[in-house]
Ligand binder design. Structure first.
Ligand SMILES: [Zn+2]
Length: 408
């Protein structure tokens, strides 16, 4: 199969005008321009006025919460969390959230997202996503104060061992956060990730109250949470977020840290040295009213920053391109469009531990692709794509067409 488009964006190289991507089975065989295409041979699918790039990657989401879309207005994080917990506890949770996973996966594909890093509380995600042709890291979540397993490392190990991985499905590990999982259990969870050579992620440095709690203020978290934490003997470790992280992740491969909204001086250097990826969720960040995210400082210090959507319980959609448009339009002095696109391709792939397989257009990589319309007189495809965030005209996963919009 040869796909031809007005522009091809390999991400790891300059844009190619009148570009082509030759796909052989599941993989990319060749990336070049029409001018270098050998004559004759395979039929060419001409996508016309379109920009063809690697399928987009959402590095942090909770698809099971898709069923709560539109139920919340912008709110402080702790108020939102409490209301979300109440909504989730209503009768029929499993069926409702299974449908959420399914709907969320298809909404992602329809937005040109070919790969998700998805977190599920009760391992619902992999069971539903297994039959949906989207690439996924299904993170199994350890939450010590939960009513359902996994609540400790042994239950986590059992849940991870149950995951039926395949070419599109990788099991991942996620201790929820340092205020809901004791340090020793976070350490044990990451040790399981290291032993099984699987990606890990966690929510870290998300709120001011979390920071104060970690440093020693047991009363920093809201009352409803304090009672729960007391029940499972969860106490402040008396460490800064970065000290605790280094202690928990010692000897373990780099992982993905969702949010890291409240970085302290010196944190960026230590994150960069460890090679962790920070996943910034721009619209969810605004939803919760946090002060400006330190992504610029992190990037300037050499930290890989990826972009995710979090869930639609705190966001408008699962379209990562809309996150980039938001950054491009709403943030002061945003990165240039090419750097923004890296956050949902190469850097997001690294966050999920899939950077050798996907995230750029290079021979040998898997043919996860997305094509978006561009103006007929397009001159700056990356900027046009980021500023318009259109719906895709074509989406392929491992060389297989999944969404075919207006392809002639
Ligand atoms: Zn999250």
């Amino acid at each position: 199969m040869i796909l031809k488009a007005a522009w091809v964006l390999p991400i790891v190289g300059p844009p190619i005008r009148d570009g082509v991507v030759r796909v052989d089975g599941q993989r990319i065989a060749e990336v070049g321009s029409v001018a270098t295409l050998p004559p004759g041979g395979e039929a060419v699918t001409d996508l016309g006025a379109a920009v063809l790039l690697p399928g987009l990657i959402n590095a942090h989401t909770h698809l099971e919460l898709t069923c709560y879309a539109g139920r919340f207005g912008p709110a402080p994080f702790w108020d939102w969390l409490r209301r979300l917990a109440a909504l989730r506890a209503a009768r029929g949770q499993v069926e409702r959230e299974q449908q959420g996973v399914c709907d969320g996966a298809w909404q992602s594909l329809q937005a040109g997202v070919t790969c998700v890093g998805d977190i599920s509380r009760r391992s619902l995600n992999w069971q539903v996503l297994k039959s949906i042709p989207i690439r996924k890291v299904c993170y199994i979540e350890l939450l010590s104060l939960a009513d359902d397993p996994p609540r400790d490392p042994a239950e986590l190990r059992a849940a991870v061992e149950e995951v039926e991985e395949d070419e599109l499905l990788t099991a991942g590990i996620t201790p929820h956060a340092p205020y809901t999982v004791p340090a020793a259990q976070i350490q044990a969870a990451l040790a399981i990730a290291a032993e099984r050579k699987r990606p890990w992620c966690t929510h870290w440095a998300e709120t001011r109250e979390e920071r104060a709690f970690l440093l020693g203020d047991d009363r920093a978290l809201p009352g409803y949470l304090r009672d729960l934490l007391a029940q499972c003997q969860l106490r402040s470790p008396g460490l800064s977020a970065i000290d605790l992280l280094e202690r928990c992740a010692e000897g373990v491969h780099a992982g993905a840290l969702a949010h890291f909204n409240y970085a302290q001086p010196g944190d960026a250097e230590r994150l960069a040295a460890a090679g962790h990826t920070v996943v910034y969720c721009p619209r969810a960040h605004r939803f919760f009213g946090h002060p400006p995210h330190p992504y610029r400082e992190l990037m300037n210090t050499g930290v890989a920053v990826a972009v995710g959507t979090d869930s639609v319980a705190s966001n408008d959609s699962l379209a990562v391109l809309e996150e980039l448009r938001f950054m491009h339009r709403e943030l002061p002095d945003p990165p240039r469009a090419e750097a923004l696109l890296e956050m949902v391709t190469t850097r997001a792939a690294r966050a999920l531990g899939l950077h050798e397989q996907v995230g750029s257009l290079e021979p040998g990589k898997l043919a996860d692709l997305a094509a978006f319309p561009c103006p007929p007189d397009s001159v700056d495809p990356a900027s046009e794509l980021v500023s318009r965030a259109p719906a895709p005209v074509g989406v392929w996963v491992a060389g297989r067409p999944i969404i075919a919009g207006d392809i002639p």
